[in-house]
Each structure stands twice: as structure tokens, then as C-alpha cells.
Ligand binder design. Structure first.
Ligand SMILES: [Zn+2]
Length: 95
């Protein structure tokens, strides 16, 4: 397994998203909800070191308020438990 895939897996894992191990469209990996396995799109492996974490970090607010992530709400729950203050600020921003 490539180092960049490990990094992608770690970054998405923080917000409760699983990255499937087998590339679906060549260099794309399917994303699934860590709780209900609902499909959440895909991610390419052509990221540079550090980019996956940055990407997920920049999307934190969207996960926290449920604009991104699974309908079951798992990513939102994860985001709120990861950083309650930031999640609360996000819900004020997007309310
Ligand atoms: Zn789900």
C-alpha cells in the first residue's frame, strides 16, 4: 500500500470516513461512511504529502454541520467530538 493512500486513509478516518483499499477507476478510491457504509464519493491518489489532511481540515466545518458527509450524521458526530468548539462555531456560521 502506498504511503499517500495511508495518509488519505488517516485523514478521512478522523472524520469517520473509510477509504476502500482497491482503486476503483485506476487512481480513484471509493469513500464510504464508517458507520453505515453509505457511499460518499471518491478521492484520487494524486495528492501530495500533507494534502489529504489539509483537504479534510478545510472541509471540517462542512462535515460538522452536515453539508458534507453521510445522511446518517456520523461525520457530523465525529467532527463535533474531535473539536467541539470549532464545530459549534461552524453551526453558528452556517445556521
Ligand atoms: Zn452513514
Amino acid at each position: 500500500m502506498s504511503q499517500i493512500l495511508d495518509e488519505i486513509r488517516d485523514a478521512y478516518g478522523l472524520v469517520g470516513i473509510e477509504v476502500e483499499g482497491i482503486a476503483t477507476y485506476g487512481t480513484y478510491y471509493r469513500l464510504r461512511c464508517g458507520r453505515c457504509s453509505g457511499p460518499l464519493g471518491s478521492v484520487g491518489d494524486k495528492l501530495l504529502p500533507g494534502m489529504a489532511r489539509q483537504l479534510v481540515g478545510e472541509q471540517f466545518e462542512l462535515y460538522a454541520v452536515g453539508l458534507l458527509g453521510c445522511k446518517c450524521g456520523y461525520q457530523s458526530e465525529r467532527a463535533r467530538s474531535l473539536d467541539p468548539e470549532r464545530a459549534q462555531a461552524a453551526s453558528r456560521t452556517f445556521a
